[in-house]
Design a binder for this molecule. Sequence first.
Ligand SMILES: *Cc1c(COP(=O)(O)O)cnc(C)c1O
Length: 478
Amino acid sequence: MIIDSRSHLPQLSDEAGVQRLPDIRPAARAGLGAVFLNTEANQDNQDWVTRSLAAVWHPCTQMKHHERMPLVPIARGKGAWLYDPAGNRYLDSISSWWVNLFGHANDDINRALKDQLDTLEHVMLAGCTHAPAVELAERLSALTQRTLGHAFFASDGASAVEIALKMSFHFWRNGGCADKREFVCLANSYHGETIGALGVTDVAIFKDAYDLLIRNAHVVASPAVAGVDAAVGAMRALFEQRASSLAAVIVEPLVQCAAGMAMYDASYLTRLRALCDEFDVHLIADEIAVGCGRTGTFFACEQAGVWPDFLCLSKGISGGYLPLSIVLTRDEIYTAFYDDDVTRGFLHSHSYTGNPLACRAALATLDLFDSANVLAENTRKAALLREALQPLTKHERVRNLREHGTIFAFDVDIDHQEAKRTFSRRFFANALQRELLMRPIGSTVYMMPPYVLRDDELLLLAQRTRDTLDATFAERVE
Ligand SMILES: *Cc1c(COP(=O)(O)O)cnc(C)c1O
């Protein structure tokens, strides 16, 4: 059955100066994740796909889907583009899972890393210290006007979340309030996938299978769904009832990305901060996805005029180069662990904590923010993308086109169940044929491009996103 026709789509013009592309490659139907024409160059691609599927267990994937869903071997990257071994290119429209800020193989970050590589690749951060870690801690603290005076390093976002949760609990315990050991998260929240982080995550598909392993947090209405007033009211009601048992509330400031780019007003954060102060509950801001300029300010919390007690950073902080995460916290919290008694200290560690290469990549990333007017340029580019996406607002299947900073998203209304279930994978395959790397979240299509996208690339992204939507709706779904 044909689930939709393209006839209702607005006529796509070349007004943006972007050439309308013919379909470059036929759709992926050849099995084993193939998306490529059967040419010799593409045979190289196919070999990597076959070997990968035989040896690599890919993340966040039902591997059987690769019987039909393409797997894309990437040989190299430059700027916003990724290239496969056969020379096909793909615009990294989602910054490689939201991590890449200044493009692939960025000259400045490369130079800094090569220099660091010849100087010091790694040393443990317990008992030793090194310039990249010190400078990074100092510079991040300065970006919070020294409100968050200490930085604790780890490797991935989920471990930063674990650290913030443990620190909060341990802080209260050190202060004689061991009863404060429960956590609060928002509905549809996502804070990572280790067992502790899943406790404050509210995405069924990631946590249901592990339910018996998880200590679940209180889940409170999200302002992105319930509205700010209702969400603040729900939080107040929980605090009034249980504040003496609550260690911390954790939120994704401004945008709940994994929930499908669910956005809410900054006033919620201002009011949540006030509630946390009133009831003595820590506020943890998980800025792993929204930090580093993504929402228009360096930290998303700046838009609410508040600072949390713990701020988690990862993803973009290393420019998308190396695994690095950081928990920034207030000196009052740091001081509560400072004692002659070893067990009152925070004994948490990871082997690669504060890795000099990763810290150096982060310093080079901060240099890029300093050297170019990145945030203002992003505002200008966002306006351009907004305009280029305008035709989508007239599309009868497109709902709720929204944006915050350099994040753009819309929901796609699909009535046919099977079409809806497979939409994300089919869109992904159709996007690849139009040189876009995109991964819708369910039926939410989003763009989170690297900051280095040129104006013509932004227009190309908008045009081909519309083409991809068009092609996906035109597909026959059994
Ligand atoms: C990605 C993400 C995490 C987890 O980070 P990992 O590095 O994938 O462990 C946590 N919180 C938010 C908001 C994220 O977007």
